[in-house]
Design a protein around this ligand. Sequence first.
Ligand code: SF4
Length: 325
Amino acid sequence: MRVESVADRMEVNCEGCAGCCIDWRALLEESRGTGARGSMADDEARRDPVDADANFVPLTRDEIRTFLERGIGEALTPRFWHAADESEAVTIDGHEIAAVADRPVFFVGLRKPPKPVAPFGREAETWLPTCVFLDPTTLQCRIHGDDRFPDECGAYPAHNLALEQETECERVEAAFGGERLLEASVDGDPETLLLGSQALGGKLFCHPDPDRLEGTIERLAAGEPTREDRATCVAVAAASSPGTLAVSEHHREWARERLLGAQDETDEEATGEESADDAWVGPAIREWQRRYARADDEVPSAAVAVDVEEARGAPETPGWECLED
Ligand code: SF4
């Protein structure tokens, strides 16, 4: 079956794949490296991310605010990079972190809790880091096409083609066969591709208080950021102004309140202004983490997502049958 990505009308074959929504490197004997999604593509310098996510989905400032307004800030996490050289580095937790004007720079993107998934025609499920919004049963996106659907996801894989980078579709083809990328070129730069100074404050954020990141960088490197670690960065991103280094203290406080105040600390139903439609996100992430931590060798069926996600209010996905040509 053929589908098109939303923003840039690339024709791709996504059925049974979701390779750009899952960190599937554990299925390979050795990693083939990471792609351009989630990389800092402002020049030729190579900067390795502090975290290990192979296909991080960066969001814009406005998308981050929408997520906060809708009560799904818990879906968000920051990404920092190791500096390419000393001239751009700030030292935090013993790491040389890429910075602009001595302010560590970062993206904010989507978390990937462990979920049991069986992509690429595999018969058995494997626990893999999987986008919070991916339905493990159908391998379809629960927010596809709605107002929370990230531009980056709609523009993929056109962004990689515009940057002359290998796409996740091609990596899946190389590893598992089949045809995934049905168009090999894109005309011009995708509208949503923010590069260089255009990205500053709009998609690439600068943290004004490097001291507040002590401990955070180490925990991000270990894959164990705390709620406070995520909140301090997401709040700065939500309070940033495109094209500048400015951070609005009013919006920063508002964002922190949305992340740490109004949201529930437990797995009880969400409270405050949080939308009942979106209250499933945080509890579902924590439930996946609990199930993974106590898992034995037997990986559960992806169908347990009905209990973990849909029973908490996650929107269902249509399946592929009704999308057939
Ligand atoms: S938001 Fe949807 S399309 Fe984007 S990575 Fe997550 S599951 Fe995939």
